[in-house]
Design a protein around this ligand. Structure first.
Ligand code: FES
Length: 580
């Protein structure tokens, strides 16, 4: 099937700047010519903005300047005019207070870069966790023809002959040091082995998950997600995407043609099959909000419930992205979903073909990496959405990363008022806590932290770790790194800083977690809960200036994607209406 809804040639948006002999056009063209661009590049061919999140302080994206050159080759080959544009880049590993606070700022800034400048299509050059959703949100808001190219994952890490996964082993090793099973010297020796090549996290963390989501949504070419960053085929993918975006502009294939409800359902099921990050919940809700698709938390539970996790990658499983690529990558997983009747096969992709046309002929090369359904890591791999008096608007849990024996649990709450309170108390041997307790942390949600940091997988107290215990039930309004694991209830909504019931949990209360029945219950009377909520006062830090203020004033709850309220809705029609 070939998609087209426009005739070619036709006058493109960039010609408002570059076409003709008027004073304004000469002004715009003339300035561009100081870079040595020949006159015929301004003749009406598609101008492609390569929105590049390259930054040396976003190490996962530090090779994207090289990849951009391959995109440019492809754009030129197809008869387009590529222009590389630096985009806001928020590194998961280093941006404070948390990269998540800047996802919406990045989306807003890139949206305006697209809206306000002469381009007809975009290549979204992304990689690290927040860069992929933020640029997808921007593209969705402008509805400019766009294609995602991710930077690809790092090669496998090895330490003492054992696979070392980004993030996953950072958590594992740091707990081992606390438990006295690993020395600090060994930990620092392992450091370099975790990141041995260019690229994003090599586990099925949030970066790999969001690369997979982009592909499952149909916004990247088939096979994009898993190619390692340093594999020459990554550059081929970039070049092919450069070629493709030119034809997408000619065909007028826009994000709103691809990002349908069916596409989001395909992505949710794919996330379950790959054992993807809980962060995908928030990002997909936010992207859907930008195209006016009614996607809810309930859709996550409904669509993911019957999907087995078949991809055997850390943190849920054994292997890393390099092996996922060798096995055939995401197209194999999507094909499996199709064969199981769990795929909207007709969903359109940026290739112009349907999802099924893209994947129907692929082969699985390693049945231990991408397993048959009967050997799945877990039969119900979807993100679980919990509700109850502790989470009236929902909370999420990733069963494939949880301990089976804790999925039904009642325990005494040990409460930390915020991340600082947690850090001050957790190593105190006098803390009244054991493995049957439920650790509760407040004020780490979108408003509270602010930005909703990845601190939900609170490390266990040393005295519990020393018993050989590696998991406890933990509940917060925070997020968790996609590389992390544990029986961790996240995104509890409404968050504590917005006066949700989480804010009034007290140490000594009992909490019931009942995953099979999707229930999260604070075991106090309704009257007591009402009394506590009426007496509640906010305790989180409140900003009065700068972007942190804007964020706190306008950020919405995690249950709808934590976007800024004034950025939601389908606003794409504004592209091309503005002038200069
Ligand atoms: Fe950038 Fe994991 S920290 S991809």
């Amino acid at each position: 099937m070939a998609f087209t809804k426009a005739t070619w040639p036709r006058k493109l948006r960039s010609q408002e700047w570059f076409g003709g002999t008027g004073r304004d056009q000469i002004y715009h063209r003339g300035w561009m010519k100081n870079q040595g661009f020949p006159h015929d590049l301004f003749d009406g061919r598609p101008v492609i903005g390569i929105m590049n999140t390259w930054s040396e302080l976003t190490p996962c994206n530090a090779h994207l300047n090289v990849l951009a050159e391959s995109v440019k080759r492809g754009v030129y080959e197809a008869g387009g005019f590529p222009v590389e544009v630096p985009a806001f880049s928020a590194s998961e590993s280093g941006f404070r207070p948390t990269a998540m606070m800047f996802r919406n700022l990045a989306a807003m800034s890139v949206e305006e870069q697209i809206r306000g400048q002469p381009m007809d299509g975009c290549v979204l050059l992304v990689g690290c966790d927040k860069t992929t959703p933020s640029l997808l949100m921007a593209a969705a808001s402008t509805d400019m023809p766009s294609i995602v190219v991710t930077g690809g994952p790092m090669l496998n890490g090895y330490y003492k002959g054992e696979r070392v996964g980004s993030g996953t082993h950072l958590w594992r090793f740091s707990e081992a040091v606390k438990a006295g099973e690993m020395t600090a010297e060994e930990f620092s020796e392992a450091e370099a082995s975790m990141s041995r090549s260019a690229g994003s996290c090599n586990t099925m963390g949030t970066a790999s998950t969001m690369a997979s989501m982009a592909e499952a949504l149909g916004m990247a070419l088939s096979g994009n997600a898993a190619i390692p960053a340093v594999d020459s085929r990554r550059r081929v993918m970039a070049q092919m995407s450069g070629r493709r975006i030119v034809d997408m502009v000619k065909d007028d294939l826009k994000p709103s043609d691809v990002l349908t409800k069916e596409a989001f359902e395909n992505a949710i099921r794919t996330n379950a099959a790959i054992g993807g990050s809980t962060n995908a919940v928030i990002h997909l809700l936010a992207i859907a909000g930008r195209v006016g698709i009614d996607l809810t938390l309930e859709d996550w539970d409904r669509c993911g419930r019957d999907v087995p996790t078949i991809v055997n990658l850390m943190p849920s499983g054994k292997y890393l992205m390099e092996e996922f690529f060798y096995a055939g990558g995401l197209p194999v997983v999507i094909k499996r979903l199709g064969e199981a009747g769990l795929l909207h096969k007709d969903a359109l992709t940026v290739s112009g073909e349907t999802m099924w046309e893209q994947v129907k002929d692929v082969t699985n090369h390693d049945e231990d990496v991408i397993r048959p359904a009967e050997k799945a890591l877990t039969q119900s791999g979807g993100i679980v959405v919990l509700k109850g008096n502790l989470a009236p608007k929902g909370a999420v849990l990733k069963p494939s990363a949880s301990s089976a024996h804790l999925l039904t649990h009642r325990g005494r709450a040990v409460v930390f008022e915020d991340i600082d309170d947690y850090k001050a108390k957790i190593n105190d041997e006098a803390l009244d806590i054991d493995e049957t307790c439920v650790m509760v942390m407040k004020n780490c949600g979108p408003k509270g932290y602010p930005g909703m940091a990845e601190v939900g997988n609170m490390g266990l107290p040393p005295k519990v770790l020393r018993k050989g215990i590696t998991d406890m039930v933990r509940i917060s309004d925070a997020r968790m790194s996609g590389t992390a694991y544990g029986t961790v209830v996240l995104h509890t909504s409404p968050e504590a800083a917005a006066g949700g019931p989480l804010a009034v949990v007290q140490t000594g209360d009992f909490i019931e977690l009942d995953v099979p029945n999707r229930r999260l219950h604070l075991d106090i009377s309704d009257e007591e809960l009402t009394r506590r909520l009426a007496a509640w006062q906010p305790k989180h830090e409140q900003y009065d200036s700068g972007y942190a203020w804007l964020h706190q004033q306008h950020v919405q709850g995690a249950d709808t994607g934590a976007d800024l309220d004034f950025l939601r809705g389908n606003r794409g029609k504004a592209v091309g209406r503005d002038s200069h």
